[in-house]
Design a protein around this ligand. Sequence first.
Ligand SMILES: [Cu+2]
Length: 297
Amino acid sequence: MQRPSTRRQFLTGTGVAALAITAGCVSSGSSSEPAAETGTGTETATETATPTATPESTPESLDDWLDDANGYDGEPRRFGPESRPTVWVGQEMDGGLAFDPPVIEIPPMTTVRWDWTGHGGQQNIVALDGTFDSGRTNAQAGTMYHYFFEETGEYRYVSEPNRDGGMKGAIIVKEPPSSGNDTVDEWLAAASNFDGTIVDRTDTDTATVTAGVEGNGGKFAFGPPALKISTETTVRWEWTGEGGPHNIVSKGDGPLNSELVAEEGNTYEHTFAETGTYLYSCKPHKGLGMRGAVVVE
Ligand SMILES: [Cu+2]
């Protein structure tokens, strides 16, 4: 991992006024002192050791680095093409200040907006590799910062005043999964459990999709998210009973329109008579990525 300490020192050097305000919270962030500060254990020792002038030894994986990121459950929030992701700056999560969502996955050519909540005092957005930098810290609600991500890559960033308190995040820029069906790919780019696979069920008369499987930051996914069937096949959706109430509603004026139900064991069926690509979502969780597709051949 590249974390150029010179760059960081340069940054803190330029924000003199801001630093003066926040110096109380910064503890050992930019000093060469190892982690004796708050007794947060051995992980902090490696963390605080890095900003010193000592050369990096083993690069830390993104997951390791995010281990103490407030509010991160291990699953990046995924956004599709044409989306306009917003990250809240200064949300209370895990008993500390966080970026919300802390980790997002976006396609190249996406603009990310950071929006200050006004909670928790002075914040800024600083990429560890220097790619982006919102400059001086700011405590004002409504402060915004934008960055346009053109290229794939992993960008780690912090709010400098709260870095040691776990206010860390990452932007993962990667090409969305591709199944070869553009309509499906675009619709499911936001679904965290879609990996580009359209499950082939053309061999059956009844195919099953489970509503409320793990994904999209909870039990907010369809499993499988995409499937391929033949005409006259019945698709049956089965509710797991997890993740709250779900429904099956076509995008546009498609044929799917179930009740909004939370109970385990509920089912909804539709027999597809005509070929085509049918897109649907669970209305309450569509924005999280609870989407599905049925390709009828
Ligand atoms: Cu749902």
